[in-house]
Design a protein around this ligand. Sequence first.
Ligand code: KG4
Ligand code: ZN
Length: 331
Amino acid sequence: MTILSIETSCDETAAAVCQDRKILSSTILSQSIHTMFGGVVPEIASREHEKWLSLVVKNALSESGVSMNELDGVAVTRGPGLMGALLTGVSFAMGFSQGLSIPCIGINHIEAHIFSNFIDYPELKYPFICLLVSGGHTQIWLVNALGNYELLGETRDDAAGEAFDKGARILGLGYPGGPAIEKISRNGDEDAIAFPQAFIKKEGIEFSFSGLKTSLLNYVSKQGKERVNSRISDIAASYQKAIINVLISKLKQAIDLTGVKISVIAGGVAANKRLREFAKKELSNFHILFPDLSLCTDNAAMIAFLAEEYLRENTASPIYLDAVPNLRLVG
Ligand code: KG4
Ligand code: ZN
């Protein structure tokens, strides 16, 4: 089975080809234009997708060595994401699939992040727990089977990726914030400043990162620019630690609560190396998997892979120009 996929939910224009559960090609064009605005500008994101999508698809097809008439389906992210950005990909995929008379399969972006783990770990068995940490979501899922998920807990306000992005903006480190904070933290003392770690001692799986961001803002305005710049690595490292500590402690709670021994981490924040080190150390008695860094941040390989799973089960959801910005994943 051969699937071409398209991902345009935010600021990555991506296409991939998956054949019999193997990724043959994966092209990702990150829209660097947003850096100058310090965050994603939705209207610009849609226009950039419009501009580059054909080229990205062409590249993915040519790198895969697959011709258009070998395709069994076209998969596309239908949500969650930015409305205009999603519509660009959905319209393209609809037109492309209709031209070839093959199905167009709508995929939930969050579900695809979870399933990206199967690309690197085909032997992964249900049930498993997934800590999903991206720019828009911080959730812990119990994954029982394809299409059978239980939400164990999520954030009340900001997502972990958002906390990285907002923190980086406060510190003047640029966008996207996660990689910038990770980089500068390498030379810092993560125990230098005790930033708040919401709910860490509380039983129950829920997160809150908005207080952390406010605490950083207060710290920065009290200390002043010069002092902040002189110890920016310590501040960033301490801020990063506050996020990571909570994530891993709640993952541990989820493992204890369910008794499920296998865990995976997914989404952009899962690319953070300190998070990986910390998880390996704190959860050394459990089986924990991390997908390759290229599969953590947004990509189309995970979209194609999940679509193939659904097509194999004959339960793919065909779409009719249906982009859903606040699409929820339910079991
Ligand atoms: O999954 P993703 O690419 O897009 C969404 O679905 O949101 O996640 C993007 C988020 C951004 O907030 C970005 O700052 C964060 O993931 N991120 C990181 C790292 N790389 C990306 N956060 C921490 N450390 C990283 N290395
Ligand atoms: Zn994502």
